[in-house]
Design a protein around this ligand. Sequence first.
Ligand SMILES: CC(C)(COP(=O)(O)OP(=O)(O)OC[C@H]1O[C@@H](n2cnc3c(N)ncnc32)[C@H](O)[C@@H]1OP(=O)(O)O)[C@@H](O)C(=O)NCCC(=O)NCCS
Length: 180
Amino acid sequence: MDVVELGTAHSDALVRFFQSLPEGDLTFIEEHVTDPDVVRSWATGSGGARRWVALDGEEVAGYVAVRPLTGWSAHVGEVRLVVSPTRRGSGLGRQLARHALVAAVGDGLAKLVVEVVAEQGAALALFTDLGFTGEALLRDQVRDREGNLRDLMVLAHHVDDTWSGMATVGLSDALGEDVS
Ligand SMILES: CC(C)(COP(=O)(O)OP(=O)(O)OC[C@H]1O[C@@H](n2cnc3c(N)ncnc32)[C@H](O)[C@@H]1OP(=O)(O)O)[C@@H](O)C(=O)NCCC(=O)NCCS
């Protein structure tokens, strides 16, 4: 599936994508992704994040973003990843996460973090395979829309540790990805 940088041409499709997610998934996403104004502002490049979508024709099947933190954490990027429930289990999440990782390393970020709600087995498996390790467990950090408390895991990827020795082969070659 084509993975392209998010642009204004995709903003309506991305609004539809988020609005079609089931309530259970929205619990695990911190931002107000069902607000069209929020999503449209991303497409104009606001906020300093890099964002990509996986396209199936005109429709968005998956979304990934890397948002650099600020101030003394400006070397850290926070990853967000969502795949359409109808497309899960076919490798799209892995493809998007790799794409974001390669781009973030290419952009010079030194560390990536991702917040995963503890029950999200697929997210845990996927990020662990890409060299992320558990760095914190925040108990009862998330309250879902039914009011239940869930633990949140912070996984981190330290670029220098993982990528030293890989630089000579080229970042894209190392993960088998072409990033634009
Ligand atoms: C996490 C998410 C992006 C994964 O997307 P996906 O397209 O299904 O991922 P993939 O198909 O690439 O699967 C990745 C791995 O997860 C594993 N996996 C899939 N479902 C699983 C499950 N229920 N339990 C444990 N592992 C699972 C598989 O082993 C797969 O590895 P494989 O390729 O070796 O078989 C998707 O479930 C999602 O959007 N979840 C809601 C949002 C979220 O939690 N995002 C992560 C934090 S930002």
